[in-house]
Design a protein around this ligand. Structure first.
Ligand code: GMP
Length: 331
């Protein structure tokens, strides 16, 4: 197989997170679904922003967060996602490039503005997300760099972006480009609401062998398989994907590869400050282990280390030296 330019190329929402701490009463008063992700329109975005305390803007986006973790671990990465030609778009582009990630998708002129996610973080560290997708949902298939996709070991796709039509078409084309070049496709299911709407597509992609590495949390596993019982869900899905990775919040994570099973506990941390990005950074650690040829157990440990770092502070991008954290544990 030909040489690769990237370890991982990802397609995802290009979002800036707007985050603030809040109490449980505010979540209730605003009628939000605690711990969930809800898509919102402009009017609701204004309502929620007005009700929010002093906030911090930190670049986010699920797959983009994963790449930030991967790049921090030393992987070669590229991102494809749509920002608008505005200030938040510049912030997003700056942060991703400053992290050493190639990002060449041209900004989109005019309305709607760059996507933002209003995140309310309760004292227990739980995050409640409200996403205004803005420009992000208009990623056109035409901007895909298929040569770059063919030159990456792994194409990583975010389930959230399966919802809007244009990016879905772009991702289908990207899968064909990656598969045509003999590369692997990794997919994260993102949220149960995406599975409610597009579960049939996901099941079909899995059946046809389009997904080589599947990431889910325990809720998404249940939504996709229809099994509330965790083990029953695993037993149904694992034989259909070469690598299945399922996270279980504070209960750690499980991976099954070609019938081999490994498990990891959550890393003990002093205080869970903000769980935003836990799954994203878990995927980063796991994928870095995978492209580095590590054992399944080590891939999980790397995921747990990266996830623990990101939930120990605000924001879904790593702040500590992930490479050092992993080296000091696994060598
Ligand atoms: O959710 C993905 C991953 O993040 C899990 O597999 C854990 O490694 C980590 N994680 C998520 N929530 C928690 C938590 O509440 N406590 C701890 N220690 N880790 C968590």
């Amino acid at each position: 197989m030909s040489a690769t330019q990237y370890d991982v190329i990802a397609i995802g929402n290009a979002i800036v997170d707007v985050m603030a701490p809040c109490d449980d009463a505010l979540i209730e008063r605003l009628g939000m679904t605690r711990g969930g992700m809800t898509l919102i329109d402009t009017a609701r975005a204004h309502e929620l922003y007005d009700a929010m305390g002093p906030a911090r803007e930190i670049s986010g986006g699920s797959a983009a967060n994963t790449l930030a973790g991967l790049a921090a671990l030393g992987a070669r990465c590229a991102f494809i996602g749509q920002v608008a030609d505005d200030q938040l778009g510049e912030v997003f582009a700056h942060d991703i490039r400053a992290g050493g990630i190639a990002f060449d998708t041209p900004a989109r002129a005019g309305d709607p503005p760059t996507a933002r996610c209003l995140i309310f973080v309760t004292p227990d560290g739980q995050r409640t997300m409200n996403t205004f997708l803005g420009a992000s949902q208009f990623l056109p298939p035409a901007v895909l760099d298929e040569a770059a996709i063919a030159a990456a070991k792994i194409l990583y796709l975010e389930g959230y972006l399966w919802d809007p039509e244009e990016p879905r078409a772009a991702m289908r084309r990207a899968i064909a480009a990656a598969k045509g070049a003999g590369r692997k496709v990794a997919f994260t299911l993102s949220d149960a609401f995406v599975i409610e709407r597009h579960g049939a597509d996901f099941r079909a992609m899995i059946e046809t062998g389009d997904v080589d590495i599947l990431f889910a949390n325990h809720v998404e596993l249940a939504a996709l398989t229809g099994h509330d019982d965790f083990e029953a869900g695993l037993a149904e899905l694992a034989p259909k994907v070469p690598v299945l990775v399922v996270t279980r919040g504070e209960h750690g994570a499980v991976a099954i590869q070609e019938g081999n099973r490994a498990e990891v506990a959550a890393e003990p941390i002093a205080r869970v400050v903000d769980t935003t990005g836990a799954g994203d950074l878990f995927a980063a650690g796991f994928l870095h282990g995978h492209v580095s040829g590590r054992s399944l157990a080590d891939c999980l440990t790397m995921g747990a280390i990266a996830a623990a770092e990101v939930i120990s502070h605000y924001g879904a991008r790593p702040e500590a030296d992930l490479k050092e954290l992993v080296l000091s544990r696994l060598g």
